[in-house]
Design a protein around this ligand. Structure first.
Ligand code: COA
Length: 379
């Protein structure tokens, strides 16, 4: 066997462990997810985004005083500078993920200590980016529809304030609680593609603005953050629950994926999905809008035989329905994922910086090795 043949190529880095982590644990076979040792079910039912963000960033649940101080810090960091509003105005025609990526990147120009990659400075900047992300997304949305951005309010939660900044109306607390839970469920998820991108940036000793910008860029893809948007496009295409089974059958026959199903790590139902399913059901009853839940439930039923083979519902299957029933514009679905994930990216960047090693894998060259250079005049 030649040296080349001995090389073990793990395409897609499937099941490759690149480091150790304290941030989250995923058991893909049993469908378990822990943040810092705490079960996602407990966090989804009892925690809020602010507490979960604290847990991910500081490693433990906060005391009441610690949570209140952390919440104050987030609230005092929500306002975005006018320079960033100007940037958002320039890119108002772009997809909100592109706008978020651009604004986070541009905000580095306004940080005094942008290149300080000490753990303390990185943590503080990560908290600031967590606080600013909803304001950026909401301001860009308002500009994109020809309206003025709305300043954040400091008497609302992270989730409630986001809903307020989109519509200008104080949100129904039950609606805000759903987005809050959605943020909790999206806050951290191991070395997924966007966290890997953030870690790669940090591994080169680039600062957190670079890492979060990289994370946002990678999250935009339909195989990662884009699924919720895709699920609702699918539901719209299906049109009514009577069509759902035929739709699933025809797509699978044509070897096309059903969006909102499947996961690189989970071989059973994503443990985050059940929380949103129940919420989507209750929400559709509360708002008297059963259509979307009905279509998606039929799709889920039609996919049942595949769930047994490991292609089961993922977190984004139901989140799209929740956003749709809450009348959140479709283009904001992925940014909502991004807003929830900033603490997870920050936690992973902190871990990377704390025990840094350059992330630099190899590619096996399989091209020609003896090509003769031919001068331009002879080609
Ligand atoms: N619908 C139908 N078939 C699917 C599927 C889906 N949603 N997800 C995976 N499969 C199939 C694959 O095509 C593959 O079939 P093959 O062996 O005949 O080639 C098989 O199941 C195994 O796929 P797997 O290795 O588990 O997929 P992956 O790890 O490469 O990809 C995703 C994972 C998430 C990219 C993929 O499941 C997908 O595209 N899902 C839809 C998009 C989505 O919901 N993304 C959000 C993830 S949180």
């Amino acid at each position: 066997m030649s040296e080349q043949e001995k090389i073990d190529i793990r395409r897609g880095l499937r099941d490759v462990y690149i480091d150790r982590t304290h941030s989250s644990f995923i058991d893909g076979k049993k469908g378990h997810l822990l943040y810092r040792g705490f079960n996602i079910d407990d966090l989804a039912q009892n925690s809020c985004f602010e507490e979960t963000a604290y847990l991910l960033l500081y490693g433990d649940l906060p005391s009441a005083k610690q949570l209140s101080d952390f919440d104050d810090l987030l609230k005092s960091s929500r306002t975005i500078p006018t320079e960033i509003l100007e940037v958002l105005n320039i890119v108002k025609a772009s997809h909100p993920m592109d706008a978020l990526r651009t604004a986070i990147s541009a905000s580095s120009a306004l940080e005094n200590d942008v290149e300080d990659i000490s753990l303390e400075s990185t943590l503080m900047k990560g908290i600031k980016l967590t606080a600013m992300a909803p304001t950026i997304v909401a301001a860009h949305y308002r500009l994109s529809i020809g309206k003025d951005p709305i300043s954040p309010r400091d008497d609302l939660s992270h989730a409630g304030n986001f809903l307020y900044m989109i519509s200008g109306e104080t949100p129904d607390p039950e609606d805000a609680a759903l987005i809050d839970k959605d943020f909790v469920l999206h806050a951290e998820h191991g070395i997924n593609a966007s966290s890997f991108a953030a870690r790669i940036a940090a591994s080169t000793k680039a600062d957190i603005h670079c890492a979060v910008t990289a994370g946002i860029a990678v999250l935009k893809g339909p195989s990662h953050g884009g699924a919720a948007e895709g699920v609702m496009q699918m539901a719209l295409e299906i049109g009514s629950k009577e069509n759902a089974r035929d739709y699933v059958k025809s797509r699978l026959k044509n070897r096309k994926v059903i969006v909102g199903f499947g996961h690189r790590v989970y071989r059973t139902e994503d443990p985050r999905a059940k929380h949103l399913k129940e919420d989507a059901r209750k929400l559709s009853e509360r708002k008297g809008d059963p259509k979307w839940f009905g279509i998606l439930e039929e799709v889920a039923d039609a996919m049942e035989p595949y769930a047994r083979k490991g292609i089961a519902q993922n977190v984004d299957f139901w989140s799209g329905a929740i956003y749709q029933i809450l009348s959140i514009p479709e283009q904001l679905y992925i940014p909502i994922f991004a807003m929830g994930r900033v603490p997870g990216w920050t936690a992973q960047v902190l871990e990377q910086l704390d025990n840094n090693i350059l992330l630099r894998p190899r590619l096996l060259y399989i091209g020609d090795k003896n090509r003769e250079y031919i001068k331009m005049e002879n080609r």
